[in-house]
Design a protein around this ligand. Structure first.
Ligand code: NAD
Length: 351
């Protein structure tokens, strides 16, 4: 299937393919839109079942980055790259140097960073061949997870203010799914603010730590959807809002860091109908990319985090628009993003 006729094609500006026989690199860079600036987005390494699955991921994820950066008010466009291969067995210096040359060949229209399967060290290897990279300690910002967690915390505050008329999370119960880099930092912010935590993870050691550190209540992985809480904060998996979980979810607010939380758009419509306030994932989890946008020799964490905190106001605007216009929050977010990145109305399916 060609990119132009692909179901996920959305007027992307450029889709580039690389086949480097020497290193074994097979990669795709998709640039969705650069109206606001050069396309920034992570590189994902994954053993895709087919080339088409890899292209689907590149097209979808790059489009998502355009929306994320536009809503975060960044002068950046949307792009993403994928390397077809198993990150556990196929990594090599030659592979990442070839990826660096591939990124470099686009002359700065695309800037690479980490994503699933790609570590800071991998990006540093790419950086031997290109200056168009982000998300490494040398550039100032480093690991994006703490800033992502801070953005999610501010987003939860915006959501409970809107839906529950509460000025803080103090005394509220938040169910956190996933105690990894983002989930753990989020728990810290919430606990410091007086929230009660219900947590789950597939890693028992992380659960034990959370119980000991935050006084959290632990539940089994499948039980997290049905707990009685004020907020459900998914910080592990995508597609967790689906037909099965909608049958048991009892929370008034869903606000967490996971990417692609809605299995399908209709699940977002259903949440809206039920009066469940959903904080659109790409808005609430933009803290990492906002932090990266401050990278450089003058990086100042305080300034960067003050910028991340604006996720609160952006979400308040989205929630108000949703309320006034009667459209689900994820649709209200898309409309605002489109106003910000489109120079002319889209003629594609995203319009
Ligand atoms: P991570 O890999 O550090 O943590 C994920 C955690 O989820 C792990 O502790 C893992 O054991 C747990 N987990 C896996 N399957 C689970 C299950 N079935 N039930 C409960 N827990 C489970 O990842 P992260 O960096 O913390 O990211 C979390 C989510 O946020 C991901 O969806 C990621 O795409 C998204 N996100 C992260 C960032 C960032 O800056 N790290 C930015 C934007 C979005």
């Amino acid at each position: 299937m060609t990119p132009f006729s692909h179901p996920e094609f959305d007027g992307h500006e450029e889709v580039a393919f690389c086949n480097d026989a020497e290193s074994g690199l097979k990669a795709i860079i998709a640039i969705h839109n650069t109206n606001r600036g050069p396309a920034l987005g992570g590189c994902r390494m994954w053993p895709y079942d087919s080339d088409d699955d890899a292209l689907t991921d590149a097209l979808r994820l790059s489009r998502g980055m355009t929306y994320k950066s536009a809503l975060a008010g960044l002068d950046l466009g949307g792009g993403k790259s994928v390397i077809i291969g198993n990150p556990k067995t196929m990594k090599s210096d030659a592979l990442f140097r070839a990826m660096g040359r591939f990124v470099d060949s686009l002359g700065g229209r695309y800037c690479v960073a980490e994503d699933v399967g790609i570590s800071v060290a991998d990006v540093q290897m790419m950086a031997k061949e290109t200056e168009f990279f982000a998300g490494t300690p040398e550039r100032g910002a480093g690991d994006p997870s703490p800033s992502t967690a801070y953005g999610v915390y501010m987003g939860i505050r915006a959501a409970v203010a809107h839906r529950l008329n509460r000025a803080s999370v103090s005394g509220l119960t938040v169910a956190v799914q996933g105690l990894g880099s983002v989930g753990w930092n989020l728990c810290r912010y919430l606990a410091d603010d007086g929230a009660k935590l219900i947590v789950t993870d597939i890693d028992q050691a992380a659960i034990t730590r959370a119980v000991e550190t935050f006084g959290a209540t632990a539940v089994a992985t499948d039980a997290i959807y049905a707990v009685e809480a004020d907020v459900f904060a998914p910080c592990a998996l995508g597609a967790i809002i689906n037909d099965a979980t909608l049958k048991v979810l009892r929370v008034p607010v869903i606000a967490g860091s996971s990417n692609n939380q809605l299995a399908e758009p209709r699940h977002g419509v259903e949440l809206h109908k039920r009066g469940v306030l959903y904080a659109p994932d790409y808005v609430i989890n933009a803290g990492g990319v906002i932090n990266i946008s401050h990278e450089g020799p003058d990086y100042n964490q305080e300034k960067a985090f003050a910028h991340v905190a604006k996720i609160h106001d952006t979400l308040r605007e989205i929630f108000k628009r949703s309320q006034v216009s009667g459209v689900p929050t994820f649709e209200a977010a898309d409309r605002i993003a489109e106003e910000r990145f489109q120079k002319q109305p889209l003629t594609s399916s995203a319009a």
